[in-house]
Design a protein. Structure first.
Length: 232
């Protein structure tokens, strides 16, 4: 069975990115972090593709970004119109028409590892049984959703996003569809305070990719700015 994994990204200059980080650091720094984080995630999904029968994609928020130079290292799919739920539904269903299972991840979990992801294709590689995988994030949302079955559009769109219980809402809805494998909880990056534990986590990685090491260097360059939040 073949699978697909899509990394959801926004394009600096075409969409606002990491606006809460921008308030504390600067618009330019927030954009630089977003790109460095997306490259880190892309490096992991590319490695996953080399180790399993999974094709990697970027899922871009802007139609005009499908050929943008930021996103040339993977095939690009436009998320389509509408809210986050509608856009995730569109990408999931589009890829499910071409692949046996689909994995969706965000671009702001740069500490993810191939080990985190490799358990998923083994779980979803099951033709006779509807299965899903779900990765919660520390802020109450989720950093990963995957499945080998149809997920009705209403399940995606009836969830209220960016809430403390967004993940619980979504999990409660997909439980009716099939068996669910829960993946480790990871912290996504929204606030400047999130960067401090992120750096510690990334320094603990046993085999970081080149792009993850570059992100660690980037975080080092912010050390003075981050110190005041750590001591606050």
């Amino acid at each position: 069975m073949s699978g697909a994994i899509a990394v959801f990204v926004k394009t600096p200059g075409l969409s606002p990115v990491k606006t809460r980080l921008a308030v504390s650091l600067s618009k330019e720094t927030a954009e630089a972090f977003h790109l460095a984080s997306a490259r880190s995630v892309a490096s992991i999904v590319k490695t996953l593709s080399q180790q399993a029968d999974i094709k990697s994609y970027y899922s871009v928020a802007e139609q005009e970004a499908e050929n943008h130079h930021y996103w040339q290292d993977l095939p690009c799919l436009w998320q389509g119109k509408g809210g986050l739920g509608e856009r995730m539904s569109h990408i999931y269903q589009t890829l499910l028409q071409q692949h046996d299972f689909v994995i969706l991840v965000g671009s702001d979990i740069p500490q993810m590892t191939v080990k985190d992801l490799l358990v998923i294709p083994a779980w979803l590689n099951h033709q006779e049984q509807a299965r899903l995988a779900y990765g919660p994030s520390a802020d109450g949302g989720f950093w990963l959703i995957a499945g080998n079955c149809n997920i009705p559009a209403s399940i995606w769109t009836d969830v209220i996003y960016s809430q403390a219980d967004t993940g619980v809402q979504f999990l409660n809805k997909i439980e009716q569809l099939g068996d669910i494998k829960k993946i480790d909880c990871l912290r996504d990056i929204d606030e400047v305070q999130d960067l401090i534990p992120l750096k510690d986590t990334m320094l603990d990685l046993t085999a970081p990719t080149t792009e993850q090491n570059e992100l660690i260097t980037f975080l080092d360059s912010l050390a003075i700015n981050l110190l005041k939040y750590k001591n606050a």
